[in-house]
Design a protein. Structure first.
Lengths: 530, 315, 356, 314
């Protein structure tokens, strides 16, 4: 039966209609997939349902009753919970503190008792969480479980997940799928936003596709297929895409077999070595060792993919290479020069690009306009600066080129970056980083949160850079992506390399085992043994 | 009782602080009012008072304002008024200006000041004589002009009557930080001081309050502060600016004002020692009274001269 | 791309005239509102608000003298506001203007009195530089503590204000005291030749006013410079700044130095234009007012010129009101406080007003 | 330097003086700990303390009850806190400037109202203050006895509130929410709590405490009100909060450090130290900076410190 019904929801933002007369019905016991390109209005629609945004038009019914949801408090009272793509957790607090936050009045509370109860509920839904640890010490996957638990703990019957898998590894995604199905069985309603069709087909019972803020398609999952969905999202027939893009779209959406359709040209080790990391040791923000004696080489014209469960030192590794983070010991050599003593400035000067995985925090200044964001790294070079003075004309011209060249959906250079959808924000960063024809590219989750079209576009760009002879270090927790793009794959676990293999002969199982902490060497010996 | 044929004088009194500070500004405010009363039958004085003109930048506009409004006598009650007055006075030769403490005069500018050292000396005598511990103290706002002279004279007075007395000396650095003044007094008391004086302002309030709490003898300054700590105050050294104000107003009418220093001192009864009888009578014996009277007479007939006190360093 | 598009205004122009206009209207409304509040207090204290405000208006604009006095008051406020507009845009909350102004005065007077044998103009220039230097160095104390030791500048700068006040008190009683000054706490007068030229005869309006206007104009150039952009980025996000390779400590030092220098110049202007010697209390309260002027002007040069003038007239007129309508002296502070709070809330208040 | 004066009772006197110096600052600092934990910087403490001093005095003067004075001061402080809350939370204004505005307003209003209430008097109105009440056994302890346990009841109240503050902050759900809202307002918002109300409450607590801190001066120390009598104690309180790293117990330590410095410089003047008084007077502020620098590396400001909260909705 229908638990939540949204009727004719319209939400406008200055310059955009994020949702345009959207109808959406959610039934108890179903996992409802919500699809759409970047900026299609998924997050906005759900923010409306969760009371974060107020709709300009339309009404919401819960269990048949018309309701107005002024704030998350109202939503929670109505049994609606939401897990945002950017988790909203208090990092220094423990899991339990985060979960009981705001419950049961203001008075004294008994921590031990609270932790026990949280533990119980977690067990009840088969969520593997230690109630006592600080959130800042948890992997992204675990943090997501905390968010889910926090909603369930508040008795949510309807649970909204905004791109939950964008940050998860296959294993974690597997686990999540099980949890979600379990919850559906218990009669809960789940809204599942994702850009990965494969997943959607696997997890959901019913799908709705948004395009340009409108509902363009809805069906029972079993009655539809990947191509249909892809077509509905992009709004064109796949056939209209170029072959390579098609391949990538499908690959992204799915199985390895197709993934390897994305063929690889130059074998590794041909060009000169552009990134050479030797026995690197790095500590994280809390001062704990995060990268422990890792070495790798990236050669001109190749993509080295780094696969691994999130939080195994990827970010620290990347930040050390790009010289944002200090190096404890070991050496980083960029294009033959010892970069160990460099600052980020030197890294950039040596024509090396960096795409961070946290665009809101590292990549963009959300309330700066696109022009300023586009020239963050180059504003003090000609033609943008002459005798120390900025040339706004040049900046505007340059920005327009990037916007058109990289198909960033934006009215003009003077729009605040924060007004772009996440996908378009990502395109903007990419445009900025690649605009200087870099020799070295370090890309951390470059397609995080992008729709398949945008992701395919990013992949295509990276491939082009590779062909051009750039050395690319690609980090992703999305195995499909790694397999699709990499020439060689290094698996990182606990800050150490589990071994490197050519993606051609890399099987998901092998990678999965390595990501779980088995060294390639040991694997091969085992095989030999058997 | 004002006839219309009385000569009228427009007087502006500019105070750097509050007219009810029981101290420097209040002494001037009360004195001026008494002066106006005293002149009631001879001169009709139109008095305007403005308080809290402490920002040096704002002084000159105030002076100009009054000068242009046709005031006859403009009184700036503080040393910070000296330079601006000297400057403005040039442009307004037929307006008279008076500076409360300072050293520059002009044909239409006079300086009036208090011989605080005379009071300081007498208070020193009392303290030096009455102390049992042989330790006395004095607390002041900031170490400046008449306050400096007062503190130095206090030391001289105490030592004159009790050569091995120790005189403690504190400055607060702020006229309004009453609590800090109280802590300074308490610190002097815990160092053994058993009789304290102070050179006025908010600072005085703190000192008297401390002496009341610790039941230690103390003395007032600038106004009759005996009631502020009735059990502990022996006497107050009181300024009465009325005499000089009267003189300055009269000279303004007669057109003889200016080019002069106007002092309030024992000689013209501009300053006086007001005893708090309840406390004073059983403390001040003949010897002490004699010493005090002798000193005061000395100041009056000029036989007692403390010399240049500015030279002294206090620490 | 059409030429029309190409010549369109650059991203986020420094003077957004529409915004500025709105700003002015709202600011004006908030000032009126605070005058109403003041009026009520006047009634409570048994005064006639209209008379009082008439004398306020007359006091600020009534005659040439009044008007020039208002400009005189506006001069340091504008310089400090310009300084603040730089540090605040960098999210560097320098509230140490008072101390920096004092040090600017000390340095410039020291040079005026102790460097001799120079021709007038070079000497005056040297005093100017010394003033800027004094302010900059004092500000850099907090800057260094912030850049390298993460010491919160709100606190260090406000503590440094107290220290500067006592330092000045010490100097004018000790090392720099005027030997011929009968022990009054002030330095010797600077040579007459170094006194800044008057802009209007027989008034105190002097060249430092021009200096302030020039500074306000130059800050436009600053924001168009790469330094300005660097400042902006570091202010907007320390993290992003690090990722795009900016040297954050160096930028913080730059900002601390520049804003300190501007405030030091304000101190120089007060001495060489008005007091001609070192005295106490020269900076009392200016820091706060300068900050207010800066925000009231939306950290934007034109806006700050206007708001500096507005606040100056409020202060000068307010003093006149105290004298001539014998209004209780604290009332002007109350009105100022109201102006500040209302101006801060203006966007909210008037958004409400217009939307309802 | 006159060492003969340095006796046991002098030294103990200096220590006791440090505690008296610390008390009004401590009240204000404790409140500010709550305020800053919620993510708001209240630089208006100075003005609020002055209003507390005035209203506390007026309250006690008219009712004849000192405790009534304390309550009036707390209430007035709360109102000032509300004002700050409106400007900084609701109108989302720059908190540094809002605080300075509150300070100017409080300074002016307290002076003005004092004049309106009492007019021009030749003698200032006074009240009887809280007397010294040594705590029976504890006050016997050598040194510590006189340092901590031979004061007026407001001093003890401050000590007690340190404990209360600690408990509320770390052991109650309110404290949990407060700490969360300073760290991650979105988290609080999406968990159905009202960020605005939480911050208002924190500012009202902070205001009330600052009010009491200000009232300490007339009610427990001097028995009279004086223009600008707080003389910068409000700003010191803000500094104390930072080097307490937002912890009530360390706030006590911080207040004592400043109080100690102030008492020490006073003592040095008394002892005729051969240093000009102006230079000695700098000492407490220099000490404040040094201590601040000492802790700053470890001082983790609340993540959302001084950042107004608004949902994405443009
Ligand atoms: N707070 C806001 N202010 C202004 N515009 C907004 C805001 N939030 C969203 N938008 C715009 O509304 C449109 C829908 O955005 P929304 O985030 O809902 O899309 P989405 O489907 O979540 O995209 P993505 O797949 O990248 O998450 C986009 O154009 C976005 O720029
Ligand atoms: N304060 C804001 N002002 C304008 N736009 C905003 C604001 N906050 C968020 N947005 C936009 O609203 C949309 C929803 O925000 P959200 O945090 O979900 O990011 P998103 O769209 O899901 O992008 P992404 O997928 O990866 O992070 C985003 O497009 C974001 O750019
Ligand atoms: Mg989204
Ligand atoms: Mg997204």
């Amino acid at each position: 039966m229908i638990t939540v019904e949204m009727r004719g929801i319209t939400k406008r933002f200055p310059g955009v209609v994020a949702n345009d007369a959207v109808d959406l019905a959610l039934r108890s016991g179903e996992v409802h997939g919500l699809l759409g390109e970047n900026g299609a209005g998924k997050t906005t629609l759900m923010n409306v349902l969760f009371g974060l945004y107020q709709p300009d038009e339309g009404e919401i019914l819960v269990k048949g009753e018309p309701v107005t949801i002024h704030s998350p408090a109202d939503a929670i009272d109505l049994g609606i919970g939401m897990v945002h793509q950017h988790f909203k957790l208090v990092q220094p607090f423990t899991v339990t503190e985060n979960i009981i936050l705001g419950l049961d009045g203001w008075g004294f509370f008994d921590m031990a008792e609270a932790e026990r109860r949280v533990g119980e509920v977690a067990a009840q839904y088969g969520l593997d969480i230690d109630p006592g640890v600080r959130v800042q010490e948890l992997s992204v996957g675990a943090q997501q479980r905390v968010e889910i638990l926090s909603s369930l703990y508040r008795g949510a019957d309807v649970l909204i997940l905004d791109e939950p898998t964008a940050v998860l590894t296959p294993q974690e995604t597997e686990a999540l799928t099980v949890v979600l199905r379990g919850m559906a069985e218990k009669g809960k309603t789940i809204v599942f936003i994702s850009h990965k069709l494969e997943e959607v087909l696997k997890v959901t019972d019913r799908v709705t596709v948004l395009r340009g803020g409108r509902v363009v398609f809805g069906a029972m999952t079993r009655d539809t297929d990947k191509n249909t969905l892809a077509r509905e999202m992009i709004g064109r027939d796949l056939a209209s895409l170029r072959a390579d893009q098609q391949a990538q779209v499908l690959a992204l959406a799915g199985s390895e077999a197709e993934a390897h359709a994305g063929e690889h040209g130059t074998p590794a080790g041909v060009g000169e070595c552009l990134i050479d990391v030797r026995d690197l040791h790095v500590i994280d923000d809390r001062g704990l060792p995060a990268v422990r004696g890792l070495s790798l080489e990236v050669y001109a014209g190749e993509i080295l993919g780094i696969a691994g469960v999130d939080g195994n030192g990827q970010r620290e590794l990347v930040e050390a290479i790009t010289r944002v983070r200090p190096i404890e010991s070991g050496q980083v050599v960029i294009a033959g020069e010892d970069a160990t003593g460099w600052r980020a400035r030197d890294y950039i000067k040596h024509n090396a690009a960096y795409i961070s995985d946290d665009r809101h925090r590292d990549g963009l200044i959300l309330d700066f306009d696109l022009g300023r964001n586009a020239t963050l790294k180059v504003f003090d070079r000609s033609p943008f600066s002459r005798v120390g003075l900025l040339d706004f004309r040049a900046i505007v011209r340059f920005t327009r080129e990037l916007i058109t060249g990289f198909d960033v959906r934006a009215p003009g250079p003077s729009l605040p970056a924060g007004k772009l959808s996440g996908g378009n924000q990502q395109k903007l960063i990419l445009a900025r980083e690649l605009s200087q024809n870099p020799r070295v590219i370090v890309a951390n989750k470059p397609t995080r949160g992008l729709d398949i079209g945008a992701a395919a576009y990013v992949h295509q760009k990276l491939m082009e850079e590779r062909e051009r002879g750039a050395g690319i270090l690609l980090i992703s927790s999305d195995l499909d992506e790694i397999l699709l793009l990499s020439d060689r794959i290094l698996v990182i676990f606990n800050g150490q390399s589990m071994g490197v293999l050519n993606s051609a002969d890399a099987a998901t199982q092998t990678l999965g085992l390595m990501m779980a902490g088995t060294r390639l060497a040991d694997l091969t010996t085992q095989e030999a043994a058997s | 009782a004002q006839d219309d044929d009385l000569p009228t004088v427009k007087v502006a009194l500019i105070l750097p602080g509050r007219a009810d500070d029981v101290s420097w500004n209040q002494a001037s405010f009360d004195g001026m009012n008494r002066a106006v009363e005293a002149l009631e039958d001879t001169i009709a004085v139109e008095l305007t008072v403005v308080e809290q003109v402490y920002d040096p930048v704002d002084i000159e506009p105030a002076l100009l304002d009054y000068a242009q409004q046709g005031f006859d006598l403009i009184v700036g009650h503080g040393f910070q008024f000296m330079e601006p007055i000297i400057k403005v006075a040039e442009d307004y030769p037929d307006v008279n200006f008076a500076i409360g403490t300072g050293f520059k005069i002009a044909p239409n500018v006079g300086v009036y000041d208090v011989k605080l050292e005379q009071g300081g000396y007498v208070m020193g005598l009392i303290a030096g004589y009455l102390t049992e511990a042989g330790i006395v103290g004095v607390v002041g706002g900031v170490d400046v002009s008449e306050i400096h002279r007062g503190h130095v004279a206090f030391v001289l007075g105490a030592e004159a009557i009790n050569e091995d007395v120790t005189v403690l000396n504190n400055f607060i650095g702020d006229f309004n930080d009453v609590p800090a003044a109280k802590e300074a007094a308490l610190s002097q008391i815990s160092a053994g001081a058993d009789i304290l004086w102070q050179s006025g302002d908010g600072v005085g309030q703190g000192v008297l309050s401390a002496c009341e709490d610790e039941d230690v003898l103390c003395m007032g300054n600038t106004t009759d502060q005996n009631e502020l700590a009735p059990e502990n105050t022996i006497a107050s050294f009181v300024y009465d600016w009325a005499p000089v104000y009267v003189q300055m107003i009269e000279e303004t009418v007669e057109g003889e004002f200016g080019d002069a220093f106007y002092w309030i001192e024992f000689a013209n009864e501009g300053v006086s020692v007001v005893y708090n009888e309840d406390v004073a009578e059983d403390l001040i014996d003949e010897d002490l009274q004699a010493a005090i009277d002798e000193a005061i007479e000395g100041f009056v007939d000029g036989t007692l001269d403390l010399g240049d006190l500015d030279a002294f360093e206090l620490d | 791309m059409t030429t029309a598009e190409q010549t369109q205004s650059p991203p986020q122009p420094l003077i957004n005239w529409r915004g500025l206009w709105q700003n002015i209207v709202q600011a004006a409304l908030s000032v009126v509102l605070s005058l109403v509040v003041g009026g009520i207090l006047l009634l409570l204290s048994g005064r006639n608000p209209l008379e009082a405000y008439e004398s306020l208006y007359y006091g600020a604009f009534g005659t040439t003298d009044r008007f020039t006095e208002t400009l005189v008051k506006a001069t340091p406020l504008l310089l400090i506001a310009v300084s603040v507009s730089i540090s605040f845009r960098c999210q560097y909350w320098n509230i140490g203007a008072e101390g920096q102004m004092i040090l600017g005065s000390i340095f410039s007077v020291w040079v005026a009195l102790n460097i001799t044998g120079l021709p007038t103009l070079p000497h005056l220039a040297l005093c100017f530089v010394a003033g800027a230097l004094g302010g900059a160095l004092w500000s850099l104390i907090a800057g260094v503590l912030k850049a390298y030791l993460q010491a919160n500048e709100v606190i260090t700068t406000s503590m440094l204000n107290y220290i500067a006040v006592y330092l000045l008190a010490y100097l004018v009683r000790g090392p720099m005291i005027d030997p011929g000054g009968f022990n009054f706490p002030q330095s010797r007068l600077i040579p007459d030749a170094l006194e800044l030229p008057r802009l209007v005869e027989r008034t105190r309006l002097n060249a430092s006013f021009i200096v302030a206007l020039v500074a306000a104009a130059l800050v436009l150039v600053f924001w168009r410079s790469t330094w300005g952009r660097r400042t902006e980025i570091v202010g907007a996000s320390r993290r992003v700044a690090a990722h795009v390779g900016l040297n954050i400590p160096r930028t913080v030092l730059l900002v601390a130095g520049v804003s300190g220098a501007l405030t030091g110049i304000a101190g120089w202007g007060e001495i060489f234009g008005l007091h001609f010697r070192l005295i106490e209390e020269i900076a009392r309260g200016y820091g706060t007012l300068g900050i207010v002027v800066a925000l009231l002007g939306g950290l934007n040069p034109v806006g700050m010129v206007i708001s500096a003038f507005l606040f100056a007239s409020l202060v000068v007129g307010g003093n006149a009101m105290e004298r001539n309508a014998n209004v209780p002296f604290a009332l002007v502070d109350v009105i100022q406080g109201c102006v500040i709070l209302l101006v801060l809330s203006r966007a909210y208040l008037f958004k409400r007003a217009s939307s309802s | 330097m006159n060492w003969d004066l340095v006796t046991y009772s002098f030294v103990v006197g200096v220590l006791a003086s440090a505690v008296r110096w610390a008390t009004p600052i401590l009240f204000a600092a404790l409140g500010e700990v709550f305020t800053e934990r919620s993510g708001i910087l209240n630089l208006g403490l100075e003005g609020i303390m002055l209003m507390g001093a005035l209203s506390g005095f007026v309250g006690a003067y008219n009712t004849g009850s000192l405790w009534a004075g304390v309550l009036v001061a707390a209430a007035t402080g709360m109102v000032m806190g509300l004002l700050m809350a409106f400007v900084s939370v609701t109108a989302k204004a720059n908190q540094v400037v809002a605080g300075l505005g509150i300070t100017i307003l409080g300074g002016g209003l307290s002076t003005l109202l004092f004049r309106l209430f009492f007019g021009l008097r030749s003698k200032p109105p006074t009240i009887k203050t809280f007397g010294t009440e040594p705590i029976p056994l504890l006050s016997e302890i050598p040194v510590l006895g006189r340092m901590f346990f031979s004061h007026n009841v407001m001093v003890y109240l401050a000590f007690v509130l340190v404990g209360v503050g600690w408990f509320v902050l770390y052991r109650t759900r309110y404290g949990l929410a407060l700490r969360a809202v300073g760290e991650r307002p979105e988290a609080v918002d999406t968990r159905g709590l009202n960020v605005t109300r939480l911050r208002y409450s924190a500012l009202m607590i902070g205001g009330a405490m600052a009010g009491i801190g200000g009232a300490y001066l007339p009610l427990a120390n001097l028995g009279l009100f004086w223009t600008q009598m707080t003389a910068g104690r409000g700003f010191i309180a803000v500094a104390v909060v930072v080097f307490s790293r937002w912890d009530p117990v360390r706030a006590l330590v911080g207040a004592l450090v400043f109080g100690g410095a102030a008492a020490l410089q006073t003592a040095l003047q008394t002892l005729e130290a051969p240093i000009p008084s102006e230079l000695l007077l700098m000492m407490p502020y220099i000490v404040t900076i040094i201590v601040l620098v000492g802790v700053s590396r470890r001082a983790e400001f609340p993540s959302a410190f001084a950042v107004p909260y608004s949902r994405g909705e443009g």
